[in-house]
Design a protein around this ligand. Structure first.
Ligand SMILES: [Zn+2]
Length: 460
């Protein structure tokens, strides 16, 4: 129990914030204090949950949060009873893509305003309130980023890595993900790589993305001298670099070249002490994307959850049709690479647990939006389940997807439910700390202090 004196600053803080909010918001919003009362609250910082909380919102921000006896609010505030619910921060994806997929098609024309805003609305409806589009963006990205930052359109907030740097005739595969010339650089020399980074830096992206992969031995890999030149140029421009990798050896080499973020899990073999040492000594972030390789086979197995409204509502009609096509599912089931994908998931999971326990910084991402079966919004909840199946606790997985995911992106204004942060959160009907699949029991999503959507129902 706090004394009268220590409680006073809360009150003073509230009044000051209320006063400035009134000035900023205009008369119709004046005095608009919203209080969510009685919910269990997980704040995303790693602290244990508050079993009973009061969350005070003014405008788009959290004004105060705490146990009922520690938080003050004005008598005329709008109080919403959230007893029996659980509040968690909005999820943040550190590795997704926008504007690549529409239905089951992947083509440059999909990078359009309407399609991207549709995807951002879907992310938000599934509680993913901020999304990093990690490469393959055309210049339209910057206009949409500005608008989402300003809250001009419904949907998740948007961050991005401009176009990114791939290998000539290599990753990312032009056959799997055909993009326009204005969505990717494929430099042939270190000088071309530096010039590509200069072009991107001039547009002020949030990160630089580089693909380092031979696509299971089927394509030429980007040369080390080219990605080293790109990383140096990015750092020279004050930008951090996220590297797509698959193999342990490449993960080590890109860290030695200065990479700041490993954008996929290591999937070819167990990580070793040298890798852990490199990750920790350079404070490199790790994004596992467990659900990526699972998406190559899981839908053909038709687990019970594929019948749920939560899953079905995430499918555009063309994708829904494809996943009901027996010949397509049979093709998936007999894919000769199936054993490779299954082993990749198992290796990725074991590596995630090992790296988490070793104290490596773990973010959150799925590669959702890169191809049709990496399904925006749904993939993020599946990723949480696969993280827990890897041995992380539900609280640890949720912390990666909120507070850590924000820290990976360098965002100080979100990711945790603390005074001064954006009021981005999900209200759940059941406790995800008991069962991580309870993150699917969405009662409401709040974004920037406003309720933006409710439960996920059968039709989108
Ligand atoms: Zn990706």
């Amino acid at each position: 129990m706090l004394s009268r004196w220590t409680r006073l600053p809360f009150l003073a803080c509230s009044l000051i914030s209320l006063f400035s909010a009134n000035l900023a918001l205009g008369s119709e919003e004046a005095g608009n204090v919203i209080v969510l009362s009685g919910a269990r609250l997980l704040d995303g910082t790693g602290r244990p949950p508050l079993e009973e909380s009061v969350l005070v919102i003014i405008g788009d921000k959290i004004n105060a949060v705490g146990a009922p006896n520690t938080v003050k609010y004005p008598a005329d505030a709008k109080v919403i009873d959230c007893s029996g619910k659980t509040i968690v921060p909005g999820l943040i994806s550190d590795h997704s893509h926008v504007g690549l997929v529409d239905g089951v098609s992947i083509k440059p024309e999909n990078y359009n305003r309407e399609n991207i805003l549709r995807q951002l609305r879907q992310y938000e409806r599934y509680g993913v309130t901020s999304v990093m589009a990690l490469g393959l963006n055309s210049d339209l990205f910057y206009q949409l980023r500005d608008e989402q930052h300003a809250g001009k359109n419904p949907g998740a907030d948007l961050f991005g890595a401009d176009r990114g740097i791939g290998a000539p005739l290599g990753a990312p595969s032009a056959a799997t993900i055909p993009v326009g010339n204005d969505q990717l650089y494929r430099p042939q020399t270190p000088e071309e790589a530096q010039a590509a980074v200069r072009d991107m830096a001039a547009r002020h992206p949030d990160l630089i993305k580089i693909w380092v992969d031979d696509l299971l031995g089927t394509a030429p890999k980007i040369k080390p001298e080219i990605y080293r030149a790109a990383i140096q140029a990015a750092h020279g421009a004050g930008l951090r670099v996220a590297c797509h990798i698959y193999y342990l050896d490449d993960a080590k080499t890109v860290i030695q070249a200065g990479a700041d973020i490993i954008a996929h899990g290591v999937r070819d073999q167990p990580v070793d002490a040298q890798f852990v040492g490199l990750m920790k000594s350079a404070s490199v972030w790790y994004i596992a994307t467990l659900s990526l390789d699972e998406s190559f086979y899981i839908y053909a197995e038709q687990p019970e959850w594929t019948k749920s409204a939560f899953f079905q509502a995430a499918l555009q009609p063309a994708l829904q049709q494809l996943l009901n096509d027996p010949s397509y599912l049979q093709k998936m089931r007999t894919n000769p690479r199936l054993p490779i994908f299954k082993k990749a998931v198992a290796t990725n999971q074991a590596n995630l647990k090992k790296l988490y326990d070793a104290g490596v910084q773990i973010g959150f991402g799925t590669d959702s939006g890169a191809v049709p079966l990496r399904i925006p919004g749904f993939a993020e909840h599946r990723e949480l389940q696969l993280m827990v199946a890897s041995g992380l606790s539900p609280a640890q997985a949720l912390e990666c997807a909120t507070g850590h995911a924000a820290a990976l992106l360098g965002l100080k204004d979100r990711g945790t439910l603390e005074a001064g942060k954006l009021a981005d959160f999900i209200i759940l009907d059941a406790n995800p700390l008991q069962d991580i699949t309870n993150t699917e029991k969405i009662s409401a999503v709040w974004h920037r202090g406003k309720e933006v959507s409710g439960a996920i129902t059968a039709s989108p």
